[in-house]
Structure formats: structure tokens, C-alpha cells
Design a protein around this ligand. Structure first.
Ligand SMILES: [Zn+2]
Length: 311
């Protein structure tokens, strides 16, 4: 189905009040499908991949083809992951995760689909989460399918590499870390304890498809919604972008909150640029206050609406 090149403008957001525009939008849409990306987790100390123009900030991540086809890539992935995991697993949810969990508790958010693999939405209290690209805290054997907690594998890798040390020059996205090539060469990568097969984090690598059943669940959730909100994602990866396309093809309003441009800006009916955590928490707090007036009070008037918007 061809896309309407000029989606109707729902609301004009003034540059200085994106939180107010988002609050107003949340008041109009009460069954919201939310899609999140790396920008939601950067305040938790997890770096993202792309800059404000949607371009790679660094070397693009490992592909499925290289991970499964090249032993040197397999060794390098696990050596870097062994260094990056402790910091990644110690990260905590931030204000953006908390605000989205609050929206779900109030019944505004019907489904949360995340492209992140950090599990921080669940740790913030979100329940209806679809981890589109999987979770880094699980590991699966590509030969026999056996699953292992990532924490267990971390201990096994430490035991299998006595005295191994690597200097990490920088943390990288998805529990990765930049380390020197000499350290990689000395690292013994892990193999399945049951069958000796290769191990892979239970995440969808670049070049790999989202499992069909998981994608279908996410589309069903979008079809049950009355609007879509994309947060902290440039939507450069097609597996995320296609939800924006589906939303617009079905005539659903699409709000995008992100720092910098996104691939779906032309499809958005509300486009908000700025800090996800700050805007989400201000907007959802104001929305919650307006949605739950004290029992004896009348419904909020226009004056109340504009008053509540001021910090
Ligand atoms: Zn196995």
C-alpha cells in the first residue's frame, strides 16, 4: 500500500515545550503502542550506536554472517563481551524507563516493544514488553539449543582464561568494549558444555531476522493500539522502522521523541526533539495528574491544563 506522503499534522509542538505537546498527545491517545531504542538507555550508561544524524558513531556491530562464519570474529566478540559485561549488567533503569512503566500501570500503554537488549524496561516495572531483538542476559547454543544465563557463562569464561586481562579503552553498545588485539588473540572463547557447539547471546544480530512469532506478536499489539509513540530510536534499522510504516498505513497517529533526526520523520504526526528521560517524565507526570483528579473536583478546565504545564 503506498504511503501518504503528507500525513496530517496533529499538533504543532513549540520548540520550548515538547513535554507539554507530549502530555496533550497522551491525553488524546489512550491505547498507545510504544517502540523504544538505544536513546532510552543512554542515561543508564549504555552507549548508543548512532549520532544525531542517524550515522554510525563507531565501527558497525558484528553481523550474524561474520559471527557464525569467521572464527576470529567469534573469538573477538566473546573477548570484548567478557570485558563489557560487568558494566552492562550493572546498569540501572533511568527516568525514561520509569515514566514508561508508569504509563503502563495507568493503562495508557498497551504494549512496549523495545529494540534494546538490556532488560531495563522490565527492571523498571514494565510487564507487557516484547524484546524485539532479544536479551543479552541469555546465551543459546547454536547446535543443540541449550540456554544458559549470561552471568553463568561469565564465570565459566573467567575460569577458562586464568590470568587473562584486557585494557578496555571504551565501553561500547550492547555490552561490548574496545580492547586491544593482543588480548583478543590470547582469549579462549566459550563453547557449549553439552555438545561443544558455538554459543551466541540470545539477541538478533545485524543481518539476522527477528523471529517470526515475536514479530507477529508485536504487529498484533500495534493493530490493537490507537496510536504509536517511538522513543529514543533513529528507526534506521528496518525491523523498527517497519512499525512506523505499518502505523501510518493504518492511519494511526505517530509521535516520535528522539534527540536528532529519524528515518521516519516524514511519517510522524508529532515530532519531538530532545532528552527522552526529561521530556517523558515531565509529560507523564502532568498527564497522570490530569487523568486522576481528586474525587470531589470537576474535570480539569482549560486553565488547569495550561497551569499544570508550567514547571
Ligand atoms: Zn550445545
Amino acid at each position: 500500500m503506498p504511503l501518504d506522503p503528507r500525513p496530517p499534522s496533529e499538533a504543532s509542538s513549540t520548540a520550548d515545550a515538547p513535554a507539554t505537546a507530549l502530555r496533550d498527545w497522551l491525553q488524546r491517545h489512550r491505547r498507545v503502542f510504544v517502540l523504544t531504542g538505544a536513546g532510552v538507555s543512554t542515561d543508564s550508561g549504555i552507549p548508543d550506536y548512532r549520532d544525531a544524524d542517524g550515522a554510525w558513531k563507531r565501527t558497525p556491530p558484528v553481523t550474524w554472517q561474520a559471527f557464525t562464519g569467521d572464527p576470529a570474529t567469534y573469538r573477538r566478540y566473546w573477548a570484548r563481551s567478557h570485558v563489557g559485561w560487568p558494566g552492562f549488567s550493572a546498569s540501572r533503569p533511568n527516568a525514561a524507563h520509569a515514566a514508561l512503566a508508569g504509563l503502563e500501570r495507568r493503562g495508557v500503554l498497551t504494549a512496549l516493544v523495545t529494540q534494546n537488549v538490556d532488560g531495563l524496561h522490565q527492571r523498571a516495572g514494565s510487564r507487557e514488553v516484547i524484546d524485539l531483538h532479544g536479551r543479552l542476559d541469555r546465551v543459546v547454543c547454536l547446535a543443540c539449543g541449550e540456554a544458559t544465563p549470561r552471568e553463568t557463562l561469565q564465570a565459566r569464561m573467567t575460569d577458562a582464561n586464568p590470568g587473562w586481562r584486557a585494557q578496555a579503552s571504551a565501553a561500547a553498545p550492547d555490552g561490548d568494549a574496545d580492547i586491544d588485539a593482543a588480548a583478543v588473540a590470547r582469549f579462549a572463547p566459550p563453547w557449549c558444555e553439552t555438545c561443544g557447539g558455538p554459543l551466541k547471546p540470545d539477541v538478533v544480530f545485524f543481518g539476522e531476522n527477528v523471529p517470526r512469532e515475536r514479530y507477529a506478536r508485536a504487529v498484533a499489539a500495534l493493530e490493537a493500539a490507537d496510536a504509536m509513540l517511538a522513543v529514543g530510536t533513529s528507526l534506521m534499522v528496518y525491523s523498527g522502522f517497519r512499525f512506523a510504516r505499518i502505523a501510518r498505513e493504518r492511519g494511526l497517529p505517530l509521535a516520535i521523541l528522539n534527540r536528532g533526526r529519524t528515518r521516519a520523520d516524514a511519517l510522524a504526526t508529532l515530532r519531538l526533539d530532545g532528552d527522552c528521560g526529561a521530556i517523558l517524565s515531565t509529560a507523564t507526570l502532568a498527564e497522570a495528574t490530569l487523568a486522576e483528579p481528586a474525587p470531589d473536583e470537576p474535570a480539569p478546565s482549560t486553565a488547569t491544563l495550561s497551569g499544570a504545564a508550567r514547571p
